[in-house]
Design a protein. Structure first.
Length: 255
């Protein structure tokens, strides 16, 4: 995989800042790690790869905030079209950390607002509280860390710089309340980010490889895997599909 990535033309973090797509349409896909080299080979001619400090695979750490009763998780589980997600994301290689509020509307559009933090634990400081009061529908004092994850990401951008493709692998999840951890080493989550529904070379490549859209948020997946008694019946069909991708049985989490 590293050899394939070495064949890509690179794009710097500064250049990527111009392709933020804070108001966008997201399409998610899941596949196995073994498919990744073939996907990258087919995309090479039409995409740049983001490079940070000489690295083309970057490390991310995320902490998701939610209410004590996991209101945001339950909105997703119950199929609400309009929903919110609040997270602190640390971009480990660039040494940047952001508090982010993501809102999805009933037309499938995602709008993201974010503010830089000095560290991942600074979400309860004054400036962060002001930001949350302005952009989040949940009050800052109602939010607690409910899930953590860590993964490696490859970020591609098309030659026209109108879309981004993120490829997340080596997913590890942790429940901050009890330290319960789970890994999904064979799973890859791909997300296509566009300003609207439009033709995409990445879409055609994934379709040719029989990889079709199937979205499940990493927050929901981490919650399901590390919180045994959480409500998850509406995610069972997606977990069954994930079980077909990952060789280790996910059925234990359905019981």
């Amino acid at each position: 995989m590293e050899a394939v990535l070495a064949g890509y033309s690179s794009i710097s973090l500064a250049e990527m800042e111009k392709v933020q797509l804070m108001n966008r349409i997201d399409t998610k896909y899941t596949t196995s790690f073994s498919m990744l080299p073939e996907i990258l080979k087919r995309l090479q001619s039409d995409y740049y790869v983001q490079e940070i400090n000489g690295l083309r695979t970057n490390t991310y750490r995320t902490v998701y905030l939610d209410t004590l009763d996991r209101a945001m998780y339950l909105d997703h589980h119950n199929g609400r079209c309009t929903r919110e997600k609040i997270r602190i994301r640390a971009y480990v290689d660039s040494k940047k950390t952001f508090l982010e509020v993501k809102n999805k509307n009933n037309r499938g559009q995602t709008k993201k607002k974010r503010i830089e933090l000095p560290e991942i634990k600074a979400y309860n400081e004054h400036e962060a509280g002001v930001f949350l009061k302005k952009y989040a529908k949940y009050p800052p004092d109602a939010l607690v860390p409910q899930s953590e994850n860590r993964f490696h990401r490859i970020t591609l951008v098309n030659r026209m710089k109108t879309e981004r493709l993120t490829i997340d692998a080596n997913l590890a999840f942790r429940n901050p309340s009890d330290g319960n951890e789970k890994r999904l080493d064979d799973l890859v989550v791909i997300e296509l980010k566009q300003t609207g529904y439009m033709p995409s070379f990445a879409k055609s490549v994934l379709s040719d490889l029989r990889i079709h859209p199937m979205g499940i948020s990493k927050y929901c997946l981490g919650t399901i895997l590390t919180v045994p008694d959480v409500k998850k019946n509406r995610f069972k069909e997606k977990l069954i599909q994930l079980n077909k991708i990952k060789k280790e049985a996910v059925w234990i989490f359905l019981r």
